[in-house]
Design a protein around this ligand. Structure first.
Ligand code: 4AD
Ligand code: MG
Length: 432
């Protein structure tokens, strides 16, 4: 029998198979060695008795170091107490490379601080929680693609190098672009609007960049966003889409990430309750809630983490807050026809993490947009192409952006977004 992934071992009970991976842990008890081997698909206990292998192998098993790369041949035995439900009775054992000692992240030492672990991120990824989070992330991304593909959205990839700001000029990363200046994209939205006028329903999924100068548990300087945009859609339409979308992604995670949630010690009961409809409240009602909870809040101001936590309160589902003050939102938002101090926007706030989605209906009137571009002191020439969209067949349209890391943090029950991207970038970190 050839090489088998640890995840599939249970289907090979009684067979002799080969597993290739890395030594995660070892325990020896006189005549027995217990090895924990991981191969990226799971963790496996391998048991070797003195009589099962030759003497040299038994001796090697007793000194193989943590994270050595290894190949193990043995018989698969069902073992309900073992993680994954099977263990391997070792027959043959080979070290591919004996790992240097000491391994920086030793199993015995649980006292590593997050800063130390982040410095070792290239190795920390191998740990059970870190790798489980990455697997959840991959499945969330697959669910996102499936959701939009099943609904006939066309995937469109907006550029990463851009000539102008989308989300305000204070968080732009500058790039030298030959003789010109360019910026790393903050959001693909403006391009997705152009694509929606061409293709009707579109979505993007990719990295976006913001020079966030504050260090918080929910801000990265490089993060991934999924941005759907739909021609003829209103604010109400995309609020309904957002709650269906978020519920779909959570359900898929529940269906596909059972093992991962065990490693993460994630209580999944709260996630079972994530189904439409989500609670919808206006900004003004949300402000009342914030103040009633005793959290300070200036008039007409945006919400920060404490305010968002107060709004979600002990709600088990995300809360959708709509119609924020015009003054705190981006230039492209459509004004609420019933109140010019409010825009037709929505933020989806998830329990424990806060805003995971921001979006809304876009201003579709040329004169209004020109005014807003001037008001926000944006360079008009860089937006000429965008204004063309309002000159040639402008229609009502709406969209939103979902932050991948915040969504994964919420689903995994991770405190911090930096654990939800393979190599996080923050104001103080660009290594490794
Ligand atoms: O609310 P934001 O800024 O909205 C936009 O960029 C719109 N142009 C999207 C659109 O309508 N197409 O960002 C959207 C989401 C936030 O809700 C949050 O989840 C995430 O992106 N996000 C961040 N995630 C990690 N680190 C940061 N610095 C983030 N900034 C925003
Ligand atoms: Mg936002």
């Amino acid at each position: 029998m050839g090489v088998v992934a640890i995840r599939d071992l249970k289907q090979h009970a009684g067979e002799t198979v080969t597993v290739r991976g890395w030594m995660f842990n070892r325990r020896s008890a006189g005549k027995l060695h217990f090895l924990q081997v991981r191969d990226g698909s799971g963790f496996l206990q391998c048991v070797a008795g003195r009589k099962d292998v030759d003497e040299a192998t038994f001796e090697l098993l007793g000194r193989v170091t943590q994270e050595s790369s290894v190949q193990v041949e043995g018989e698969v035995r069902l073992e309900p107490r073992a993680p994954g439900g099977a263990e391997l009775g070792v027959r043959r054992f080979e070290v591919i490379q004996m790992a240097a000692q000491p391994y920086p992240i030793s199993i015995q030492d649980h006292g590593h601080g997050v800063d130390f672990l982040m410095e070792q991120r290239h190795l920390w990824l191998r740990g059970p929680k870190a790798s489980a989070t990455l697997r959840v992330r991959a499945r969330v991304i697959q669910a996102i693609r499936d959701f939009f593909n099943q609904r006939d959205f066309t995937l469109v990839d907006p550029p990463i190098l851009t000539p102008a700001a989308c989300e305000g000029t204070t968080t732009l990363f500058n790039v030298e672009y030959f003789e010109d200046k360019a910026y790393l994209t903050q959001s693909g939205q403006l391009y997705m609007e152009a694509a929606a006028m061409a293709l009707g329903k579109v979505y993007s999924l990719g990295p976006t960049f913001r020079a966030e100068k504050s260090k918080t548990r929910r801000h990265l300087t490089e993060f991934w966003m999924c941005e759907p945009e739909i021609a003829f859609a209103t604010l109400d339409d995309i609020m309904s889409l957002a709650e269906e979308f978020v519920s779909f992604v959570v359900r898929r995670a529940l269906e596909t990430c059972g093992e991962e949630f065990k490693h993460l010690e994630r209580d999944t009961k709260p996630l079972e309750k994530i189904v439409p409809p989500f609670h919808r409240i206006r900004y003004d009602e949300a402000v009342t809630k914030v103040r009633a909870a005793g959290v300070e809040m200036r008039d007409e101001d945006d919400f920060g983490t404490p305010q968002e936590m107060a709004i979600v309160g002990d709600s088990e589902k995300p809360v959708m807050v709509h119609r924020y003050p015009t003054a705190v939102k981006a230039f492209y938002m459509k004004r609420d026809p019933e109140n010019e101090k409010r825009v037709l926007c929505v933020d989806v706030l998830a329990p424990g993490i806060g805003e995971i989605i921001g979006g809304g209906q876009r201003a579709d009137d040329l004169a209004y947009l020109e005014e807003q571009i001037a008001l926000h002191k944006l360079p008009r020439a860089a937006f000429d192409w965008y204004l063309d969209l309002r000159k040639y067949g402008s229609v009502p349209h709406s969209g939103f952006g979902l932050g991948i890391e915040r969504t994964v943090a919420w689903i995994c029950g991770n405190e911090h977004v930096r654990e939800c991207i393979p190599f996080p970038r923050t104001i103080y970190r660009i290594y490794p």
